[in-house]
Design a protein around this ligand. Structure first.
Ligand code: SAH
Length: 418
């Protein structure tokens, strides 16, 4: 069986074996991950540096979205205003997507400025907004209060609008194929900085920027799906991401009133944090960026694999399913001659099936190429074969398309250079 062959090949160099009846796919070369045009930061142990803790920095101002509904009432009271103003200001922010005192006509003019200054300090200043020609994708470049830059990408699909949000300025995970990792971690984003990306996107949609109906013409559309696949490693910023998830799910006017199932948290595989997330029992969708089923390759592709190996990461993903009943996603960027070999598809399928049936689906995505480098997407026929093999093993598999390449808004392109 093809699968058997793959399993024996686990971790072994994949040069074609003499006397073996190698098929065309097996005979393909094995390219090893190395960076081109930049150097990964290395530690004293000769391995890529992993930054879990953020460098010491100031904190952004406290905002309504950082607080629980009770804390909001307390803060409004501290400002010398009646507690019920908290609900009014929450409605403006979470339902009308506005932080502009002039629009808050239900509030006495005298208190508007004070309430906004105390509860809705500006967090994201727009630097640039790029649109694809078709107008179905918008990339926002934001400057945070301290000058750090982050991006979010808004995408319209049939029947849904997805926002790809950032959870950190930069990223400490140092993956050699991802543009965000190249400059390291600047800092964690606050809960409200994460939430404000959604509110600003909703305001842009309501203004008709993504096409469709504007506010005032029937019910305005809004972001229906969120993926934590922008800049940063969400599970390395655990408590703020968790508070952001709660504010996304909390019904309006105290939160965004989104469906947890439509929110995807994606991680390189921080095992203790995955288990913690599973115990929260928030039914969000969980995605593991696997990209290789064998430790030999994954050690190089995802440096955090030096801490938590493929099997541990997959066990944690399965534990997530057990705790929540939510089918998990395995993300797999297909990279030409690096991780797209038939035996790897078989090994991946084997490792997933070893852990049971019906708990997982695989999302291969063509790597966004860096021109002239070893980092390029697999050939279409190779991708189809990769998908075919996993599906043949009974695992649902969806080949994803990338979006927003022309505006550098596609996966792994978010670098936030100004
Ligand atoms: N740190 C988290 C979330 C951010 S990246 C994580 O790694 O999951 C979101 C997804 O984009 C991850 O699956 C990541 O591996 C993938 N990605 C990064 N660079 C890419 C590239 N150049 N092409 C395609 N996908 C890429």
């Amino acid at each position: 069986m093809a699968g058997e062959r793959g399993i024996r090949n686990n971790g072994a160099p994949v040069a074609p074996r003499k006397n073996a009846s190698t098929s065309a796919t097996d005979a393909r070369p094995q390219i090893r991950p190395t960076t081109e045009g930049w150097q990964q930061k290395m530690g004293p142990d000769g391995r890529p540096v992993l930054q879990f803790a953020e460098p010491k920095r100031g904190k952004p101002p406290v905002h309504l979205a950082d607080l629980t509904p009770e804390q909001r009432v307390a803060r409004v009271t501290e400002l010398g205003l009646p507690g019920f103003r908290a609900k009014q200001i929450s409605t403006h922010y979470f339902t009308h997507y506005t932080s502009d005192p002039a629009e808050m006509t239900d509030l006495p003019a005298a208190v508007r400025e004070e309430l906004v200054a105390g509860m809705l300090p500006p967090l994201l200043t727009e630097v640039r907004r790029l649109r694809t020609d078709k107008g179905d994708t918008i990339k926002f470049l934001w400057k945070l209060y301290d000058g750090a830059l982050v991006e979010s990408v808004l995408m319209r699909y049939p029947g849904r609008i997805t926002l790809c949000v950032s959870s950190q300025a930069g990223c400490g995970m140092n993956c050699p194929f991802c543009a965000t990792g190249q400059a390291g971690l600047t800092r964690n984003m606050s809960t409200a900085e994460i939430i404000d990306q959604v509110v600003q996107a909703n305001a842009a949609i309501a203004a008709g920027e993504l096409g469709g109906k504007k506010r005032g013409e029937t019910t305005p559309e809004r972001v229906s799906n969120i993926v934590f696949m922008g800049m940063g490693e969400p599970l390395a910023n655990y408590s703020r991401v968790m508070d952001a998830l709660r504010a996304m799910i909390e019904p309006q006017p105290h939160g965004l009133g989104m469906s947890a199932r439509h929110i995807t948290v994606s991680t390189v595989g921080l095992v203790p944090a995955i288990l913690k997330l599973a115990a929260e029992k928030l039914p969000v969708t969980f995605a593991l960026s696997l990209h290789a089923p064998d430790d030999l390759l994954r050690d190089e592709l995802i440096p955090v694999n030096s801490r938590w190996k493929v099997d541990e990461a997959l066990d944690a993903a399965r534990a997530y399913f057990d705790a929540t009943g939510r089918r998990v996603s395995i993300e797999y960027a297909l990279i030409k001659d690096m991780n797209d070999h038939a035996w790897r598809a078989d090994l991946l399928a084997h490792k997933l099936n070893e852990r049971g049936r019906g708990w997982v689906h695989v999302n291969p995505i063509p790597l966004n190429p860096t021109p002239g480098s070893i980092w390029t997407s697999s050939e279409p026929a190779v991708m189809r074969e990769f998908v075919r093999r996993i599906e043949a093993a009974g695992i649902p598999t969806t080949l994803r398309d990338t979006r927003g390449k022309e505006i550098d808004g596609a996966c792994g392109q978010l670098a936030a250079a100004d």
